[in-house]
Design a protein around this ligand. Structure first.
Ligand code: G6P
Length: 470
């Protein structure tokens, strides 16, 4: 059973009718397909809406089956969303774990709300998990859940996977709740990270806080004698779905239409991100603007498309980022566009799977320039759609994906000259070189797909629950 803050579908209540639409974010797109074939997918999580009508003490609303997955929604009211989701998860942990690109805030009330919501998730999981089964907890919003589930149900085997970077000890220890947050994760039998660095940071931290001794490279031993495995499991995508979808007639036609609507430019640059300050959307816009100003790229030949999916719009840092990005887009269009021919096409809406595929297919160069990113699945999705081995990826060294996609044009997003040079290098790369690099990236994406990732995590779980040692 999966436990993640978000269910794979978001509940939309319109009067008497309820519909469920796919949720945003990499976690959902990676997990849903890989788990679906391991039997009936059961998922405990938040439906993404506000639930004010629940009787106090209720940990689950009525279960519902959507697209073959059984969803167990955990009710969250407006105040809990403010404290747990907007506050502690996305105002404290997210910025701290992403190198403090935006300053994290530390508030006791946020933490209290976080603990309460984590307790509810743990109780919900403990209520529905079958005897002796595996509970797989996901991501930074639920760090206390493994320890809480262990208290409630010692018969279960507990896995935890962090989808975002785990920071170096020096950053993590700033958290006033460093001890309980680390102990919460250590409630697991197996802890997974996107990169070996994340795993090493966590093991070092657990030892430094006196919570565990290192037994060998990937095993921590707690005072009780219980062992916790700590390893990297780089997440993948359902590459076949992207590859096959990209080859369809519908997508081929939509791609042709899209390029025509863009005015048949010689080169299309593309960015697709949640509108998040970690993603470096501003960096690539600035680089593009300077390249146009320097005359190294020409507005009559190159067009950029930036899709920025709305995200976390109750958090201040996201509101101000939106202002910055939109200001830059309009500056570039004001300076270099012509009436009817903007040089940047900006979309602040989420996209259907099909329109994403045609965007990827229409793009000659994909720009993925985060300052820090756990993995970045967009980079892998782009590669998966390039079945004809065309197209080049400019990829930040600080995305987990850079460990697998070494043939991309790798950049340091803090080095604006480097980003400019990388864009030009990708635009001008000889077709043979593009093919060679894309082939090698496609091999990596295919081999380490979402199903392989989930299998390798689940196969690493202990065969049975460890004796109740704490
Ligand atoms: C990242 C996180 C996920 C999160 C997703 C979307 O991928 O690792 O846990 O669900 O972003 O963000 P949101 O705040 O909308 O859930």
């Amino acid at each position: 059973m999966l436990v993640a803050n978000r269910l794979p579908f978001r509940r939309i209540d319109a009067g008497t009718e309820t519909t469920w639409i796919p949720s945003p974010g990499g976690l959902v797109s990676a997990l849903a397909p890989s788990m679906a074939d391991t039997g009936r997918l059961a998922w405990v999580g938040w439906a993404g809406d506000i639930d004010e009508g629940t009787t106090p003490g209720t940990v689950l609303s009525a279960e519902v089956v959507v697209d073959g997955a059984t969803l167990y929604p955990v009710p969250i009211d407006a105040e809990e969303k403010r404290l747990h989701y907007d506050g502690m998860s996305n105002g404290t942990l997210w910025p701290l774990y992403h190198d403090k690109i935006s300053p994290p805030e530390f508030h006791r009330r946020w933490y209290d709300g976080y603990r309460r919501v984590n307790q509810r998730f743990a109780e919900a999981a403990a209520t529905v998990a079958a005897p002796d089964s595996i509970v797989w907890v996901h991501d930074y919003q639920l760090q206390l859940v493994p320890g809480m589930v262990r208290e409630l149900r010692p018969d279960l085997r507990i896995g935890y996977f962090l989808h975002i970077p785990f920071p170096p000890e020096e950053l993590f220890v700033q958290l006033p709740w460093r001890q309980t947050l680390t102990a919460g994760i250590l409630g697991s039998d197996l802890v997974g990270f996107q990169t070996p660095d994340g795993a090493a940071n966590f093991s070092r931290l657990a030892a430094a806080l006196g919570l565990a001794a290192r037994h060998n490279k990937s095993t921590l031993e707690l005072e009780s004698g219980r062992r916790v495995q700590v390893r990297a499991f780089p997440i993948g995508i359902d590459s076949e779905r992207y590859d096959e979808g990209a080859r369809s007639h519908q997508v081929t036609d939509a791609t042709r239409d899209l390029r025509a609507r863009l005015g048949q430019p010689h080169i299309v640059l593309l960015g697709v991100d949640r509108l998040d300050y970690t993603k470096g959307i501003d960096v690539r816009l600035r680089a593009f603007k300077e390249l146009l100003a320097d005359g190294r790229l020409h507005p009559s030949q190159v067009t950029m498309v930036q899709v920025a999916e709305p995200s976390r719009d109750a958090v201040d840092a996201y509101v101000s980022l939106r202002g910055q990005v939109e200001q830059l887009v309009s500056e570039i269009n004001g300076d270099f566009g012509r009436v009817g021919f903007p040089v940047v096409h900006y979309v602040h809406r989420s996209q259907s799977h099909e329109s994403l595929l045609s965007l990827y297919r229409a793009a000659d160069v994909m720009l993925v320039t985060p300052f820090r990113d756990g993995m970045n699945l967009v980079a892998k999705e782009y590669v998966a759609t390039r079945y004809d081995e065309t197209g080049m990826l400019v990829l930040s060294e600080f995305a987990g994906a850079a460990h697998q996609l070494k043939s991309a044009v790798l950049v340091n997003p803090y080095d604006i000259e480097g980003v400019k040079n990388a864009i030009v290098e990708a635009v001008e790369m000889a077709p043979d070189e593009v093919r060679r690099r894309m082939r090698s990236m496609r091999r990596a994406v295919k081999k380490n797909d979402a199903a392989a990732w989930a299998r390798s995590f689940l196969d690493s779980m202990p065969a049975q629950a460890q004796p109740a040692l704490g």
